[in-house]
Design a binder for this molecule. Structure first.
Ligand SMILES: Cc1cc2nc3c(=O)[nH]c(=O)nc-3n(C[C@H](O)[C@H](O)[C@H](O)COP(=O)(O)OP(=O)(O)OC[C@H]3O[C@@H](n4cnc5c(N)ncnc54)[C@H](O)[C@@H]3O)c2cc1C
Length: 448
């Protein structure tokens, strides 16, 4: 592309995790629309290459969803991009079936995602962070039909602009730390884990602690116990103990595609019921097998008298002080209200994530998007943010729609269907606009 040329795309995807990867597949498989004019798309991802929560690809960790909830199957069971197709292509289908397990390891699912990604990498710019949006100056005849998207090269070679008629924001969950506690080389969030861990000599980690009561906290506790056989491992748990994740069949229905409609078109009471009764399908809960494993380990240590795994329940971190390679943690018991000190060589906060929030990316243009009485974006059923009507482009969200679309918003369960719905909506609105203006729709052209 020359310096004076700006590419214009029907769809620009911000972030290229599983959500926008699924969208790329849905676009490829989309049929119908304007003959001879397929929707054009480009995706921007700030990581240097494809990666799905790489720092939490711990040994033996498994998916929280069935392999059939892959990027495509619920939308198109005939797709060549399914998990089953992947297994077939790598020659593991028979053994996978013999394994009789609906839940592959995260490592295997990551391999599947990379396999699908390899068919779409020509549409993705890696090392490219989308930093802002601006409306074009109306230089030519007619109204502009796009927004300008600023993309920063994370390698330091500057910023470029692309034009987008539709933006699909899918930037993922945001790591959450307790207020006032900073991450560094010895104080980590769970999303830093493997990179930080590999950066240190395991022999130097004699005391490690994990804060949190959810799946990641339990996984990291087990990981440390396995990887650091000489170390004291302390789990700091704000609850009385780990709570089990409910993945029984009736509860699992909250992740069904039809549950999105029930949530979206339901009353306030319906939505409240989803959260009140079914939070324990996903939030601050742990797989049954992992809970039992950790308890067995602890009990075995009681029996052997060699105790190095301890669980401090009803306990919170009150303060963290760093001195050299040591980290001094002040813990407060919620029972007695008493404080105690713990010295650690590595402290991990598995304290969860905040949901995706597009405001920073939308910048000044955010004023044109409508919000509900709680100050959250009004999102239409097709995942488009409702606007005041003044904008020449549309913004769709994949993530950050818990308040409108329910529990699957930040999960993989409904990706296939959601991506199909977004593509359909973009195509429909393009066709409507073409009819209104009675002009052929230009796709993928360059403007100077
Ligand atoms: C450890 C872990 C395990 C999980 N396991 C499961 C599971 O088994 N089942 C399940 O349903 N859910 C699971 N989840 C939930 C998780 O949200 C989804 O798995 C999934 O990551 C959602 O995909 P996504 O593409 O929306 O977001 P992400 O995977 O987070 O991808 C977003 C991408 O956007 C990029 N990005 C961010 N900002 C910008 C920007 N400004 N410009 C360019 N790129 C940007 C990021 O680098 C990232 O690659 C898990 C979450 C974690 C943390």
């Amino acid at each position: 592309m020359g310096t004076s040329e700006i590419e214009t795309y029907d769809l620009v995807g911000v972030g290229f995790g599983p959500s926008n990867l699924s969208l790329a597949v849905a676009l490829e498989e989309h049929r119908g629309g304007i003959p001879g004019q397929p929707l054009t798309a480009a995706f921007f991802e700030r990581q240097p290459s494809f990666g799905w929560h790489r720092n939490m690809l711990l040994p033996h960790t498994t998916m929280q969803i069935s392999f059939l909830k892959d990027l495509v199957t619920f939308r198109n069971p005939l797709s060549r991009h399914s998990f089953v197709s992947y297994l077939h292509s790598v020659g593991r289908l028979t053994q996978f079936v013999n394994n009789q397990d609906f839940f592959p390891t995260r490592q295997e699912f990551h391999q599947y995602l990379e396999w699908v990604e390899s068919n779409f990498s020509h549409q993705v710019s890696y090392g490219s962070e989308v930093t802002g949006l601006r409306l074009p100056e109306n230089s030519g005849p007619g109204r502009p039909d796009h927004v300008q998207v600023e993309v920063r090269d994370t390698g330091g070679s500057g910023t470029r602009i692309v034009n987008a008629r539709n933006l699909v924001i899918s930037t993922g969950l945001v790591p959450r730390m307790p207020e006032g506690i900073q991450r560094d080389e010895r104080v980590w969030h769970s999303s830093d884990l493997l990179e930080r861990f590999r950066g240190l000599n395991g022999d130097d980690l004699k005391n490690v602690a994990v804060v949190g009561a959810g799946q990641s906290a339990a996984e990291i506790t087990r990981f440390f116990h396995d990887m650091l056989p000489h170390a004291q491992v302390t789990a700091v748990i704000p609850s009385y103990g780990y709570s089990v994740a409910d993945d029984t069949p009736f509860a699992n229905q909250v992740f069904d595609p039809s549950a999105v409609d029930d949530y979206y078109f339901g009353t306030e009471l319906t939505r409240e019921a989803f959260w009140r009764y079914h939070r324990n399908t996903n939030y601050s809960v742990v797989d049954d097998e992992l809970i039992r494993d950790l308890h067995k380990r602890s009990y075995q240590e009681d029996v052997s008298g060699h105790k190095r795994l301890q669980f401090l329940n009803l306990t919170r971190v009150a303060a963290v002080r760093r001195a050299g390679t040591e980290t001094r943690v002040t813990l407060r018991s919620l029972v007695e209200g008493e404080s105690r000190e713990l010295e650690t060589d590595a402290l991990v906060f598995a304290t969860g994530y905040d949901s995706m929030e597009p405001s920073r990316l939308l910048g000044d243009l955010d004023q044109h998007f409508l919000r509900n009485q709680n100050g959250l974006h009004r999102v239409e059923r097709n995942y488009r943010i409702a606007t005041t009507g003044a904008l020449p482009f549309d913004v769709y969200l994949q993530g950050g729609t818990e308040h409108t679309h329910g529990l699957t918003s930040s999960l993989l369960s409904n990706l296939a269907i959601r991506s199909g719905e977004i593509v359909k909506s973009i195509e429909q609105r393009r066709t409507e606009r073409a009819l209104i203006h009675r002009t052929p729709v230009a796709a993928g052209e360059s403007t100077s």
